[in-house]
Design a protein around this ligand. Structure first.
Ligand code: BES
Ligand code: MN
Ligand code: ZN
Length: 494
Protein backbone atom coordinates (compact mmCIF):
# COMPACT_ATOMS: atom_id res chain seq x y z
CA UNK A 1 0.00 0.00 0.00
CA UNK A 2 1.31 3.42 -1.00
CA UNK A 3 0.90 6.51 1.15
CA UNK A 4 1.53 9.92 -0.35
CA UNK A 5 0.93 13.35 1.01
CA UNK A 6 -0.95 15.74 -1.31
CA UNK A 7 -1.00 19.50 -1.05
CA UNK A 8 -3.01 20.31 -4.18
CA UNK A 9 -6.69 21.37 -4.20
CA UNK A 10 -8.68 18.26 -3.20
CA UNK A 11 -11.70 19.26 -5.30
CA UNK A 12 -9.55 18.82 -8.42
CA UNK A 13 -8.36 15.34 -7.48
CA UNK A 14 -9.07 12.18 -9.44
CA UNK A 15 -9.85 9.44 -6.96
CA UNK A 16 -12.14 6.49 -6.24
CA UNK A 17 -13.22 8.09 -2.99
CA UNK A 18 -12.66 11.25 -0.97
CA UNK A 19 -12.85 10.78 2.80
CA UNK A 20 -14.28 13.95 4.32
CA UNK A 21 -14.41 14.53 8.10
CA UNK A 22 -17.40 16.14 9.76
CA UNK A 23 -17.00 17.53 13.24
CA UNK A 24 -18.75 19.80 15.73
CA UNK A 25 -22.12 21.08 14.56
CA UNK A 26 -21.97 19.24 11.22
CA UNK A 27 -19.09 21.33 10.02
CA UNK A 28 -16.95 20.63 6.98
CA UNK A 29 -13.26 21.43 6.81
CA UNK A 30 -11.81 23.81 4.19
CA UNK A 31 -11.13 20.94 1.79
CA UNK A 32 -14.58 19.51 2.46
CA UNK A 33 -16.18 22.85 1.57
CA UNK A 34 -14.16 23.01 -1.65
CA UNK A 35 -15.35 19.54 -2.68
CA UNK A 36 -18.91 20.49 -1.73
CA UNK A 37 -18.71 23.53 -4.01
CA UNK A 38 -17.29 21.46 -6.88
CA UNK A 39 -20.16 18.97 -6.46
CA UNK A 40 -22.84 21.71 -6.34
CA UNK A 41 -23.63 21.31 -2.64
CA UNK A 42 -23.97 17.51 -2.62
CA UNK A 43 -22.14 17.23 0.71
CA UNK A 44 -24.29 19.89 2.38
CA UNK A 45 -27.42 18.11 1.14
CA UNK A 46 -26.09 14.81 2.50
CA UNK A 47 -25.50 16.44 5.89
CA UNK A 48 -28.98 17.99 5.88
CA UNK A 49 -30.62 14.65 5.16
CA UNK A 50 -29.82 13.53 8.71
CA UNK A 51 -28.37 10.23 7.45
CA UNK A 52 -25.02 10.85 9.15
CA UNK A 53 -25.19 10.20 12.89
CA UNK A 54 -23.16 12.50 15.14
CA UNK A 55 -21.40 9.67 16.95
CA UNK A 56 -17.72 9.45 16.05
CA UNK A 57 -17.18 6.76 13.44
CA UNK A 58 -20.58 7.10 11.73
CA UNK A 59 -20.24 7.19 7.96
CA UNK A 60 -22.34 8.20 4.96
CA UNK A 61 -21.34 7.28 1.42
CA UNK A 62 -22.44 9.70 -1.30
CA UNK A 63 -22.07 9.47 -5.08
CA UNK A 64 -19.41 11.84 -6.36
CA UNK A 65 -18.93 13.71 -9.61
CA UNK A 66 -16.12 15.34 -11.63
CA UNK A 67 -12.94 13.35 -10.84
CA UNK A 68 -14.15 12.15 -7.45
CA UNK A 69 -16.18 8.94 -7.84
CA UNK A 70 -17.49 8.78 -4.28
CA UNK A 71 -17.49 10.90 -1.17
CA UNK A 72 -17.42 9.28 2.26
CA UNK A 73 -18.53 11.57 5.07
CA UNK A 74 -17.30 10.48 8.48
CA UNK A 75 -18.29 11.89 11.86
CA UNK A 76 -15.70 12.86 14.45
CA UNK A 77 -18.25 13.55 17.17
CA UNK A 78 -19.87 16.72 18.41
CA UNK A 79 -16.90 18.50 19.97
CA UNK A 80 -15.18 21.28 18.05
CA UNK A 81 -11.90 19.42 18.64
CA UNK A 82 -12.10 15.64 18.39
CA UNK A 83 -10.54 13.38 21.01
CA UNK A 84 -7.72 11.04 20.00
CA UNK A 85 -10.08 8.09 20.31
CA UNK A 86 -12.76 9.76 18.17
CA UNK A 87 -10.19 10.44 15.45
CA UNK A 88 -8.91 6.85 15.49
CA UNK A 89 -12.44 5.41 15.55
CA UNK A 90 -13.48 7.64 12.65
CA UNK A 91 -10.40 6.69 10.64
CA UNK A 92 -11.04 2.99 11.22
CA UNK A 93 -14.74 3.28 10.36
CA UNK A 94 -14.02 5.24 7.18
CA UNK A 95 -11.36 2.86 5.89
CA UNK A 96 -13.52 -0.11 6.79
CA UNK A 97 -16.50 1.36 4.89
CA UNK A 98 -14.20 1.86 1.88
CA UNK A 99 -13.23 -1.79 2.05
CA UNK A 100 -16.75 -2.87 1.09
CA UNK A 101 -16.67 -0.80 -2.12
CA UNK A 102 -14.64 -1.23 -5.29
CA UNK A 103 -12.35 1.65 -4.32
CA UNK A 104 -8.69 0.88 -4.95
CA UNK A 105 -7.41 4.30 -3.94
CA UNK A 106 -8.70 7.09 -1.78
CA UNK A 107 -7.96 10.69 -0.89
CA UNK A 108 -8.23 11.38 2.83
CA UNK A 109 -9.02 14.83 4.21
CA UNK A 110 -9.00 13.53 7.76
CA UNK A 111 -5.80 15.45 8.57
CA UNK A 112 -7.81 18.69 8.32
CA UNK A 113 -9.98 17.70 11.28
CA UNK A 114 -8.97 19.42 14.54
CA UNK A 115 -7.85 17.01 17.25
CA UNK A 116 -7.11 18.21 20.79
CA UNK A 117 -3.35 18.58 21.38
CA UNK A 118 -2.44 16.61 18.23
CA UNK A 119 -0.93 17.89 15.01
CA UNK A 120 -0.46 16.62 11.50
CA UNK A 121 2.28 14.00 12.11
CA UNK A 122 0.15 12.21 14.71
CA UNK A 123 -2.90 12.23 12.43
CA UNK A 124 -0.86 10.86 9.55
CA UNK A 125 0.55 8.15 11.82
CA UNK A 126 -2.94 7.05 12.86
CA UNK A 127 -4.19 6.89 9.28
CA UNK A 128 -1.25 4.83 8.04
CA UNK A 129 -1.31 2.40 10.95
CA UNK A 130 -5.09 1.91 10.78
CA UNK A 131 -4.97 1.39 7.01
CA UNK A 132 -2.22 -1.19 7.34
CA UNK A 133 -3.95 -2.88 10.26
CA UNK A 134 -7.14 -3.31 8.22
CA UNK A 135 -5.16 -4.60 5.26
CA UNK A 136 -3.40 -7.27 7.33
CA UNK A 137 -4.38 -10.87 6.54
CA UNK A 138 -3.00 -14.10 7.86
CA UNK A 139 -4.37 -16.63 5.38
CA UNK A 140 -1.23 -18.43 4.26
CA UNK A 141 -2.38 -21.60 6.04
CA UNK A 142 -5.85 -21.59 4.44
CA UNK A 143 -6.19 -23.64 1.28
CA UNK A 144 -7.98 -20.72 -0.40
CA UNK A 145 -8.46 -17.08 0.60
CA UNK A 146 -11.76 -16.41 2.38
CA UNK A 147 -12.68 -12.93 1.24
CA UNK A 148 -12.94 -11.09 -2.05
CA UNK A 149 -12.38 -7.71 -0.36
CA UNK A 150 -9.15 -6.27 -1.67
CA UNK A 151 -7.21 -3.75 0.40
CA UNK A 152 -6.57 -0.23 -0.85
CA UNK A 153 -3.60 0.15 -3.18
CA UNK A 154 -3.05 3.81 -2.38
CA UNK A 155 -4.06 6.28 0.26
CA UNK A 156 -3.39 9.93 -0.54
CA UNK A 157 -3.34 12.15 2.51
CA UNK A 158 -4.14 15.83 2.20
CA UNK A 159 -1.87 18.12 4.21
CA UNK A 160 -1.02 21.79 4.42
CA UNK A 161 1.90 22.84 2.17
CA UNK A 162 4.00 23.99 5.13
CA UNK A 163 3.61 20.59 6.79
CA UNK A 164 3.90 18.41 3.72
CA UNK A 165 7.53 17.35 4.15
CA UNK A 166 7.06 16.42 7.81
CA UNK A 167 3.84 14.60 6.95
CA UNK A 168 5.50 12.53 4.22
CA UNK A 169 8.40 11.62 6.55
CA UNK A 170 5.86 10.49 9.12
CA UNK A 171 3.92 8.49 6.53
CA UNK A 172 7.11 6.70 5.42
CA UNK A 173 8.14 5.97 9.00
CA UNK A 174 4.66 4.74 9.88
CA UNK A 175 4.73 2.39 6.90
CA UNK A 176 8.09 1.02 8.11
CA UNK A 177 6.60 0.50 11.58
CA UNK A 178 3.64 -1.29 9.96
CA UNK A 179 6.10 -3.60 8.14
CA UNK A 180 7.56 -4.44 11.55
CA UNK A 181 4.12 -4.94 13.09
CA UNK A 182 3.10 -7.24 10.22
CA UNK A 183 6.25 -9.34 10.70
CA UNK A 184 5.61 -9.63 14.44
CA UNK A 185 1.98 -10.60 13.78
CA UNK A 186 2.96 -13.21 11.19
CA UNK A 187 5.51 -14.84 13.50
CA UNK A 188 3.04 -14.76 16.40
CA UNK A 189 0.18 -16.22 14.38
CA UNK A 190 2.22 -19.14 13.03
CA UNK A 191 1.44 -22.33 14.95
CA UNK A 192 3.93 -24.02 17.23
CA UNK A 193 4.55 -26.86 14.80
CA UNK A 194 5.80 -24.37 12.19
CA UNK A 195 7.31 -21.61 14.32
CA UNK A 196 9.88 -23.61 16.31
CA UNK A 197 13.13 -22.24 17.76
CA UNK A 198 14.90 -23.47 14.58
CA UNK A 199 12.33 -21.64 12.43
CA UNK A 200 12.94 -18.39 14.33
CA UNK A 201 16.70 -18.86 13.89
CA UNK A 202 16.22 -19.35 10.16
CA UNK A 203 14.03 -16.22 9.94
CA UNK A 204 16.81 -14.29 11.66
CA UNK A 205 19.39 -15.59 9.17
CA UNK A 206 17.13 -14.66 6.25
CA UNK A 207 16.57 -11.20 7.67
CA UNK A 208 20.32 -10.83 8.18
CA UNK A 209 21.06 -11.75 4.57
CA UNK A 210 18.37 -9.46 3.17
CA UNK A 211 19.18 -6.42 5.26
CA UNK A 212 22.93 -6.86 5.89
CA UNK A 213 22.62 -7.52 9.61
CA UNK A 214 25.09 -9.57 11.62
CA UNK A 215 23.28 -12.69 12.81
CA UNK A 216 24.65 -15.33 15.13
CA UNK A 217 22.81 -18.36 16.50
CA UNK A 218 24.15 -20.01 19.65
CA UNK A 219 23.42 -23.75 19.82
CA UNK A 220 23.12 -26.02 22.86
CA UNK A 221 26.88 -26.80 23.11
CA UNK A 222 27.69 -23.08 23.23
CA UNK A 223 25.00 -22.52 25.88
CA UNK A 224 26.57 -25.34 27.87
CA UNK A 225 30.01 -23.76 27.53
CA UNK A 226 28.54 -20.45 28.76
CA UNK A 227 26.91 -22.32 31.68
CA UNK A 228 23.41 -21.13 30.84
CA UNK A 229 21.84 -23.62 33.23
CA UNK A 230 18.52 -21.76 33.56
CA UNK A 231 17.88 -21.48 29.82
CA UNK A 232 18.94 -25.09 29.26
CA UNK A 233 16.64 -26.34 32.04
CA UNK A 234 13.60 -25.09 30.11
CA UNK A 235 14.63 -26.79 26.87
CA UNK A 236 15.33 -30.16 28.51
CA UNK A 237 11.85 -31.61 28.00
CA UNK A 238 11.65 -30.75 24.29
CA UNK A 239 12.73 -32.58 21.14
CA UNK A 240 13.29 -29.17 19.52
CA UNK A 241 16.79 -27.80 20.16
CA UNK A 242 16.93 -24.37 21.83
CA UNK A 243 18.54 -21.40 20.08
CA UNK A 244 19.94 -18.14 21.32
CA UNK A 245 19.59 -15.73 18.42
CA UNK A 246 21.68 -12.55 18.18
CA UNK A 247 20.88 -9.91 15.55
CA UNK A 248 23.03 -6.80 15.36
CA UNK A 249 21.99 -3.59 13.61
CA UNK A 250 24.73 -0.99 13.54
CA UNK A 251 23.26 2.22 12.13
CA UNK A 252 24.92 4.55 14.63
CA UNK A 253 28.52 5.58 15.33
CA UNK A 254 30.79 2.56 15.89
CA UNK A 255 31.54 3.53 19.46
CA UNK A 256 27.94 4.25 20.48
CA UNK A 257 26.71 1.80 23.15
CA UNK A 258 23.78 -0.20 21.75
CA UNK A 259 20.25 -0.64 22.98
CA UNK A 260 19.73 -4.38 23.53
CA UNK A 261 16.21 -5.77 23.07
CA UNK A 262 15.68 -9.19 24.65
CA UNK A 263 12.56 -11.07 23.53
CA UNK A 264 11.04 -14.14 25.21
CA UNK A 265 10.86 -16.82 22.52
CA UNK A 266 8.90 -19.73 23.98
CA UNK A 267 7.47 -21.13 20.74
CA UNK A 268 5.01 -23.22 22.75
CA UNK A 269 4.38 -23.19 26.49
CA UNK A 270 2.65 -26.33 27.79
CA UNK A 271 3.78 -25.41 31.31
CA UNK A 272 6.15 -28.40 31.34
CA UNK A 273 5.68 -30.85 34.25
CA UNK A 274 3.59 -28.14 35.98
CA UNK A 275 1.33 -28.61 32.99
CA UNK A 276 -1.34 -26.07 32.03
CA UNK A 277 -5.06 -26.91 31.79
CA UNK A 278 -6.29 -27.82 28.30
CA UNK A 279 -8.68 -24.88 27.79
CA UNK A 280 -7.16 -22.24 25.50
CA UNK A 281 -3.74 -23.86 25.67
CA UNK A 282 -3.46 -23.24 21.90
CA UNK A 283 -2.89 -19.56 22.76
CA UNK A 284 0.48 -20.50 24.20
CA UNK A 285 1.79 -20.49 20.62
CA UNK A 286 1.85 -16.71 21.18
CA UNK A 287 4.39 -17.13 23.98
CA UNK A 288 7.09 -16.01 21.57
CA UNK A 289 5.43 -12.62 21.01
CA UNK A 290 8.30 -10.86 22.81
CA UNK A 291 10.73 -12.45 20.37
CA UNK A 292 8.44 -11.49 17.49
CA UNK A 293 8.44 -7.88 18.67
CA UNK A 294 12.24 -7.85 18.61
CA UNK A 295 12.25 -9.12 15.02
CA UNK A 296 9.53 -6.61 14.11
CA UNK A 297 11.26 -3.66 15.73
CA UNK A 298 14.52 -4.48 13.95
CA UNK A 299 12.63 -4.70 10.66
CA UNK A 300 11.15 -1.24 11.29
CA UNK A 301 14.54 0.21 12.28
CA UNK A 302 16.14 -1.22 9.13
CA UNK A 303 13.29 0.18 7.02
CA UNK A 304 13.85 3.65 8.46
CA UNK A 305 17.66 3.35 8.38
CA UNK A 306 17.70 4.78 11.90
CA UNK A 307 21.12 6.12 12.94
CA UNK A 308 21.38 4.04 16.12
CA UNK A 309 22.90 0.74 17.28
CA UNK A 310 20.45 -1.97 18.29
CA UNK A 311 21.08 -5.58 19.26
CA UNK A 312 18.24 -8.12 19.26
CA UNK A 313 18.66 -11.07 21.60
CA UNK A 314 16.16 -13.92 21.40
CA UNK A 315 16.30 -16.99 23.62
CA UNK A 316 14.07 -19.53 21.87
CA UNK A 317 12.81 -22.82 23.28
CA UNK A 318 9.75 -24.97 23.75
CA UNK A 319 8.47 -25.71 27.26
CA UNK A 320 7.41 -29.39 27.22
CA UNK A 321 6.86 -32.21 29.69
CA UNK A 322 8.82 -35.44 29.15
CA UNK A 323 10.89 -38.01 31.00
CA UNK A 324 13.85 -35.67 30.73
CA UNK A 325 12.01 -32.49 31.63
CA UNK A 326 12.92 -30.33 34.61
CA UNK A 327 10.87 -31.25 37.71
CA UNK A 328 9.47 -29.03 40.48
CA UNK A 329 12.15 -28.80 43.15
CA UNK A 330 15.05 -29.12 40.70
CA UNK A 331 17.82 -26.61 41.32
CA UNK A 332 19.82 -25.11 38.45
CA UNK A 333 22.78 -22.76 38.25
CA UNK A 334 22.31 -19.74 35.99
CA UNK A 335 25.07 -18.19 33.88
CA UNK A 336 25.41 -15.48 36.56
CA UNK A 337 26.33 -18.15 39.11
CA UNK A 338 23.12 -17.61 41.10
CA UNK A 339 21.16 -20.80 41.81
CA UNK A 340 17.42 -21.18 41.26
CA UNK A 341 14.97 -23.65 42.76
CA UNK A 342 12.38 -24.32 40.08
CA UNK A 343 9.16 -24.70 42.07
CA UNK A 344 6.93 -24.32 39.03
CA UNK A 345 8.12 -25.29 35.56
CA UNK A 346 5.42 -23.03 34.09
CA UNK A 347 7.40 -19.98 35.25
CA UNK A 348 9.84 -20.69 32.40
CA UNK A 349 10.01 -17.26 30.75
CA UNK A 350 12.09 -15.76 33.54
CA UNK A 351 14.48 -18.73 33.30
CA UNK A 352 15.31 -18.24 29.64
CA UNK A 353 15.43 -14.46 30.13
CA UNK A 354 17.74 -14.44 33.16
CA UNK A 355 20.63 -16.06 31.28
CA UNK A 356 19.95 -13.79 28.30
CA UNK A 357 20.13 -10.72 30.56
CA UNK A 358 23.51 -11.93 31.85
CA UNK A 359 24.66 -12.52 28.27
CA UNK A 360 23.43 -9.04 27.22
CA UNK A 361 26.17 -7.41 29.32
CA UNK A 362 28.81 -8.43 26.78
CA UNK A 363 27.42 -5.91 24.29
CA UNK A 364 28.23 -3.12 26.78
CA UNK A 365 24.73 -1.73 26.28
CA UNK A 366 23.48 1.72 27.23
CA UNK A 367 20.06 0.19 27.86
CA UNK A 368 18.52 -3.27 27.93
CA UNK A 369 14.78 -3.78 27.47
CA UNK A 370 13.27 -7.23 27.73
CA UNK A 371 9.86 -7.94 26.24
CA UNK A 372 7.92 -10.98 27.41
CA UNK A 373 4.48 -12.58 27.66
CA UNK A 374 5.58 -13.28 31.20
CA UNK A 375 2.61 -13.55 33.56
CA UNK A 376 -1.12 -14.14 33.61
CA UNK A 377 -1.03 -11.88 36.68
CA UNK A 378 -0.16 -8.91 34.46
CA UNK A 379 -3.34 -9.51 32.46
CA UNK A 380 -5.32 -9.46 35.70
CA UNK A 381 -3.61 -6.25 36.80
CA UNK A 382 -3.80 -4.22 33.58
CA UNK A 383 -6.11 -6.01 31.14
CA UNK A 384 -5.48 -5.62 27.43
CA UNK A 385 -4.78 -1.90 26.95
CA UNK A 386 -1.48 -1.26 28.70
CA UNK A 387 1.65 -3.38 28.75
CA UNK A 388 3.27 -3.63 32.18
CA UNK A 389 6.47 -1.60 32.51
CA UNK A 390 8.87 -2.47 35.30
CA UNK A 391 12.06 -0.50 35.93
CA UNK A 392 13.83 1.47 38.62
CA UNK A 393 15.34 3.77 36.00
CA UNK A 394 12.78 6.59 36.10
CA UNK A 395 14.20 8.47 33.12
CA UNK A 396 13.98 5.32 31.00
CA UNK A 397 10.42 4.76 32.26
CA UNK A 398 9.48 8.27 31.15
CA UNK A 399 10.96 7.64 27.70
CA UNK A 400 8.99 4.41 27.26
CA UNK A 401 5.72 5.80 28.62
CA UNK A 402 5.99 8.78 26.30
CA UNK A 403 6.92 6.60 23.29
CA UNK A 404 3.88 4.43 24.02
CA UNK A 405 1.56 7.45 24.12
CA UNK A 406 2.94 8.82 20.86
CA UNK A 407 2.54 5.46 19.16
CA UNK A 408 -0.88 4.56 20.56
CA UNK A 409 0.77 1.48 22.11
CA UNK A 410 0.80 2.37 25.78
CA UNK A 411 2.42 0.92 28.90
CA UNK A 412 1.90 1.55 32.61
CA UNK A 413 4.76 1.93 35.10
CA UNK A 414 4.39 -0.75 37.79
CA UNK A 415 6.22 -1.10 41.13
CA UNK A 416 9.51 -2.95 41.55
CA UNK A 417 10.31 -2.28 45.22
CA UNK A 418 12.87 -4.48 46.98
CA UNK A 419 10.24 -5.47 49.55
CA UNK A 420 8.72 -7.82 46.98
CA UNK A 421 12.04 -9.66 46.62
CA UNK A 422 11.36 -11.54 49.86
CA UNK A 423 8.62 -13.55 48.15
CA UNK A 424 11.34 -15.27 46.08
CA UNK A 425 13.20 -16.75 49.07
CA UNK A 426 14.12 -20.43 48.87
CA UNK A 427 15.39 -22.65 51.71
CA UNK A 428 17.63 -24.56 49.26
CA UNK A 429 18.83 -22.18 46.56
CA UNK A 430 19.63 -18.46 46.11
CA UNK A 431 16.03 -17.93 45.02
CA UNK A 432 12.87 -19.69 43.91
CA UNK A 433 11.47 -19.11 40.43
CA UNK A 434 8.01 -18.18 41.75
CA UNK A 435 6.85 -15.86 44.50
CA UNK A 436 3.28 -16.92 45.20
CA UNK A 437 -0.02 -15.51 43.92
CA UNK A 438 0.27 -11.99 45.33
CA UNK A 439 1.66 -9.44 42.85
CA UNK A 440 2.72 -12.19 40.43
CA UNK A 441 3.75 -9.77 37.70
CA UNK A 442 5.90 -7.79 40.15
CA UNK A 443 7.72 -10.80 41.61
CA UNK A 444 8.43 -12.05 38.07
CA UNK A 445 10.05 -8.68 37.32
CA UNK A 446 11.90 -8.83 40.67
CA UNK A 447 13.34 -12.19 39.61
CA UNK A 448 14.67 -10.66 36.36
CA UNK A 449 16.06 -7.63 38.24
CA UNK A 450 18.52 -9.93 40.03
CA UNK A 451 20.19 -10.66 36.67
CA UNK A 452 19.93 -7.26 34.95
CA UNK A 453 23.18 -5.87 36.32
CA UNK A 454 25.58 -3.28 34.95
CA UNK A 455 23.22 -1.38 32.66
CA UNK A 456 19.94 0.55 32.60
CA UNK A 457 17.14 -1.98 32.34
CA UNK A 458 13.40 -2.13 31.80
CA UNK A 459 11.04 -5.09 31.53
CA UNK A 460 7.83 -5.05 29.49
CA UNK A 461 5.21 -7.68 30.36
CA UNK A 462 3.06 -7.95 27.23
CA UNK A 463 0.92 -10.94 28.29
CA UNK A 464 -2.26 -8.86 27.96
CA UNK A 465 -1.38 -6.83 24.86
CA UNK A 466 0.47 -9.12 22.45
CA UNK A 467 -2.56 -10.98 21.16
CA UNK A 468 -6.34 -10.93 21.13
CA UNK A 469 -8.40 -13.93 22.25
CA UNK A 470 -11.84 -15.04 21.13
CA UNK A 471 -13.32 -15.51 17.66
CA UNK A 472 -10.95 -13.12 15.95
CA UNK A 473 -7.92 -14.24 17.86
CA UNK A 474 -4.56 -13.17 16.62
CA UNK A 475 -1.26 -11.43 17.30
CA UNK A 476 -1.38 -7.62 17.59
CA UNK A 477 2.26 -6.83 16.78
CA UNK A 478 2.57 -4.87 20.03
CA UNK A 479 4.82 -3.39 21.35
CA UNK A 480 6.64 -2.81 18.02
CA UNK A 481 5.15 0.72 17.66
CA UNK A 482 6.25 1.73 21.18
CA UNK A 483 9.75 0.31 20.85
CA UNK A 484 10.26 1.87 17.44
CA UNK A 485 9.09 5.25 18.71
CA UNK A 486 11.49 4.92 21.64
CA UNK A 487 14.39 4.20 19.27
CA UNK A 488 13.43 7.09 16.96
CA UNK A 489 13.56 9.45 19.94
CA UNK A 490 16.92 8.00 21.02
CA UNK A 491 18.30 8.30 17.48
CA UNK A 492 17.21 11.93 17.32
CA UNK A 493 18.89 12.55 20.67
CA UNK A 494 15.67 13.43 22.44
N1 BES B 1 3.41 -17.65 29.19
C1 BES B 1 2.88 -17.66 30.51
C2 BES B 1 2.20 -16.35 30.89
C3 BES B 1 0.83 -16.11 30.29
C4 BES B 1 -0.27 -16.78 30.78
C5 BES B 1 0.66 -15.18 29.31
C6 BES B 1 -1.52 -16.52 30.25
C7 BES B 1 -0.58 -14.90 28.80
C8 BES B 1 -1.67 -15.59 29.27
C9 BES B 1 4.00 -17.89 31.53
O1 BES B 1 5.03 -18.70 31.11
C10 BES B 1 3.38 -18.54 32.71
O2 BES B 1 2.92 -19.64 32.57
N2 BES B 1 3.36 -17.84 33.83
C11 BES B 1 2.78 -18.35 35.01
C12 BES B 1 3.65 -17.97 36.18
C13 BES B 1 3.27 -18.63 37.45
C14 BES B 1 3.55 -20.12 37.39
C15 BES B 1 4.06 -18.00 38.58
C16 BES B 1 1.39 -17.73 35.16
O3 BES B 1 1.22 -16.54 34.84
O4 BES B 1 0.47 -18.44 35.55
MN1 MN C 1 4.65 -20.75 31.45
ZN1 ZN D 1 5.37 -18.78 29.11
Amino acid sequence: MQFSVKTSAPEKAKTDCAIVPVSGAKELTAGGRAIDAALDGALARGLKSGDLAKKAGSTLMLPGGVGIRRVLLVSLGQDAEATEKAFSDATRAALRALGTTASREALSLLTEAPVAARGTPWKVRVQVSVARDLAYRFDRLKSKPETDVKPLERLDIVADKREAAAAQTEADRSAAVADGVDLARDLGNLPGNVCTPSYLAQQARNMGRRHKLKVQVLERPQMEALKMGALLSVARGSEEPPKLIVIEYRGGPARQAPVVLVGKGITFDTGGISIKPAADMDEMKFDMAGAASVFGTLRAVVGMKLPINVVGLVPASENMPSGRATKPGDIVTSMSGQTVEILNTDAEGRLILCDSLTYAARFKPSTVIDIATLTGACVIALGHHNSGLFTKADALAAELVSAGREAGDTCWHMPLDDEYQEQLKSPFADMANVGGRAAGAVTAACFLARFAKGYDWAHLDIAGTAWKSGQNKGATGRPVPMLTRFLIARAEGR
